[in-house]
Design a protein around this ligand. Structure first.
Ligand code: NAD
Length: 378
């Protein structure tokens, strides 16, 4: 079969769904690969590099969509892309079916098969190698620290030099999921003193193992909701948490917030008052900006200065590291392709007896198969 990789059309999206290293591996699995001309440009990947890896280059999106049997994408397809899909083809992409019911209907009407990488049952350990939410959140967490360091006027690490003693930067991380943990490891690696909080007490050990100190809210309530995700906390907990965050904000040089609750707006954890209490020159990176922000003063997509504090609300952190995020995403899709093509003959089998495959198949031959039944855990 022919795997096609178009240029992403979503504004500001700089990732691409495959990279030359992975093209070679797909070809070894028996597939042919076609890449739209310019698809890798924003990730520093030339047409020539794809060609050298064995891909052919399609001159236009129309040529790509008309030939491919399977299309790999990053962003959910735009209307114009859906219009070009042909009956029987397979799409692998982020889809977010719960948020995009109209798109789901349009895709089903095309009688295609759709594998939504965001619908992968992440709790299956076997699925980890395909988990693009994790790989991309890891990139975003790293980049959040880089953005913070860029906006911060001092070192991260403490130094004793002939010109004087410099204390290490104090970094506070709100939310220690995948992105938060990546941020903890990165900030600690740069030499900062890192403290972190999450409503799910189970992450305390992970925070510690990455070089951070876990700061607990003084209130007996655990935040674990379903599937390893967080829940909305009680009013009493939120009050206690605000008091703790107010103390941390006063001490911190940098705050990175990553707190999300599936299907809900991001919890507001950093109030305007807390921002005001921070030292001038401090930095907040609000990774929840796209979901409404964890800080009251965040402007999504922008970096603003309020009360002398730089508040970074960029919503394109993964695209700001597009070569890395593309490589990891492409590898996740390759791992998925291996599962779909056990026979290594360039054919795919969307096998519903496989819990991971079943979970991410949201449309099969035009029939909506989402949401999948919960996978059987070993
Ligand atoms: P996420 O992006 O939905 O949320 C980020 C973090 O914010 C979470 O840790 C959450 O607990 C925290 N949070 C929510 N509300 C908060 C609040 N009011 N205050 C402080 N923190 C708050 O989560 P994610 O990073 O995608 O990961 C979610 C879970 O999925 C993790 O627990 C992870 O263990 C699990 N996961 C498991 C696997 C696996 O088992 N293979 C793989 C990936 C992720």
């Amino acid at each position: 079969l022919l795997i096609g990789v178009p240029r992403e059309v979503f504004a500001g999206e700089k990732r691409v769904a495959t990279v030359p290293e992975v093209v070679e591996k797909l070809i070894k699995l028996g597939f042919r690969v076609v890449v739209e001309s310019g698809a890798g440009e924003t990730a520093s990947l030339s047409d020539e590099s794809y060609r050298a890896a064995g891909a052919s280059i399609a001159a236009s999106a129309a040529e790509l969509w008309s030939g491919a049997d399977i299309v790999f994408k990053v962003r959910a397809p735009a209307e114009d892309e859906v219009a070009q899909m042909r009956e029987g083809m397979t799409l692998v992409s982020f889809i977010w079916p719960a948020q995009n019911p109209e798109l789901m209907q349009k895709l089903a009407a095309k009688k295609v098969t759709v594998l939504a990488i965001d619908a992968l049952p992440r709790q299956l350990s076997r699925a980890q190698k395909m988990d693009a939410l994790t790989s991309q959140a890891g990139v975003a967490g790293y980049r959040a620290v880089v953005e913070a360091a860029n906006a911060f006027g001092r070192f991260f690490n403490g130094q004793i030099t002939a010109a004087g003693k410099v204390p290490p930067a104090r970094v506070f991380i709100a939310g220690a999921g995948v992105a938060g943990l990546a941020a903890i490891g990165t900030a600690a690696g740069l030499g900062a003193v890192v403290r972190a909080n999450d409503t799910r007490a189970e992450v305390a050990d992970q925070v510690k193992s990455l070089g951070g100190e876990f700061v607990k809210v003084d209130y007996e309530e655990d935040g674990s909701g379903g599937g390893g995700y967080a829940k909305v906390m009680s009013e009493g907990f939120q009050q206690a948490q605000r008091e703790m965050y107010a103390r941390e904000a006063k001490d911190a040089d940098i705050i990175i917030t990553t707190a999300l609750i599936p299907g809900k707006p991001a919890p507001k954890l950093i109030t305007a008052e807390m921002v005001q209490s921070m030292k001038p020159g401090s930095v907040i990176v609000d990774m929840a900006a796209e979901q409404g922000g964890n800080c009251e003063l965040t402007v999504p997509g922008e970096a603003v200065v309020r009360h002398g504090v730089t508040i970074v609300g960029y919503t394109d952190l993964v695209s700001r590291l597009s070569r890395q995020s593309s490589t990891l995403y492409a590898t996740n899709l390759f791992r998925l392709t291996e599962e779909l093509c056990k026979t290594k003959d360039g054919q795919i089998n969307v096998n519903f007896d496989d819990d991971a495959i079943r979970g991410l198949t949201v449309i099969k031959d035009g029939e909506v198969t989402w949401p999948a039944p919960a996978p059987k855990l070993p």
